[in-house]
Unconditional design. Structure first.
Length: 228
């Protein structure tokens, strides 16, 4: 038994937290959230994350949810992911972390689950898809500019690489031609760098991510559980 239990589903936002824990060398247990059975809506899981979203991380200080919050907490608790509180680069890290967590990540959720925002009307979903992909292209250009200026802290790299993976893979029922990782060479280099890390090797095995999960992703084939 460890101090941490990561409630996860394969190739979900919990992947970001798995990567962080592995990168820090922090021992943790895992508990599968069975998405195929709507496990994220079960009362036991809702007790950990009342919003019914993945991930949740059980800690000695109580359960945590929100990917960005967990990342920041782990960075401050164990180090190695981000500048320390009094570091001169801390402000830059925080503004980009919150941009990714508050702007980019929610935009992807809108792209993947349009029915939760505009209902089942196809025309409304088409309009949302157009609006969100245009916004995401702008967001990614800004992140490309930031990545070109200086190496991103590891916490941001571990957050961005999965988000970029999902841009290439989802939603399966719509055109994904708006996204081409090669159009952002510094983000491509970031993904290639993350692919070489031992934490990624551990996640590949645990979640069936394939040999090039970030630069040339394919759908996950996890040994247990389902991504959707």
């Amino acid at each position: 038994m460890t101090d941490y239990t990561l409630h996860y589903a394969p190739d979900n936002a919990s992947l970001i937290i798995r990567l962080a824990l592995e990168a820090q060398g922090v021992a943790y247990d895992t508990c599968l959230v069975d998405r195929a059975a709507q496990g994220q809506s079960a009362p036991a899981y809702r007790a950990l994350n009342p919003h019914g979203l993945i991930p949740a991380l059980q800690t000695p200080d109580g359960p945590m949810f929100e990917t960005g919050a967990i990342l920041l907490w782990l960075a401050d608790r164990h180090g190695g992911l981000a500048p320390a509180a009094m570091d001169a680069t801390r402000a830059d890290f925080l503004k980009w972390l919150f941009f990714v967590a508050n702007t980019v990540h929610p935009a992807l959720r809108m792209l993947f689950y349009p029915d939760k925002y505009v209902g089942v009307d196809n025309a409304a979903q088409d309009a949302l898809h157009t609006t969100v992909t245009q916004a995401l292209q702008t967001h990614l250009r800004r992140l490309e500019d930031r990545a070109a200026a200086d190496t991103l802290p590891l916490a941001l790299a571990l957050y961005l690489a999965p988000l970029l993976r999902w841009c290439a893979l989802y939603p399966r029922n719509r055109d994904r031609g708006w996204f081409d990782l090669r159009a952002t060479p510094h983000l491509h280099a970031l993904c290639a760098r993350v692919e070489t890390l031992p934490c990624t090797a551990a996640a590949q095995t645990a979640e069936g991510l394939g040999p090039t999960p970030f630069t040339a992703p394919r759908l996950a084939t996890p040994p247990i559980g389902s991504a959707t």
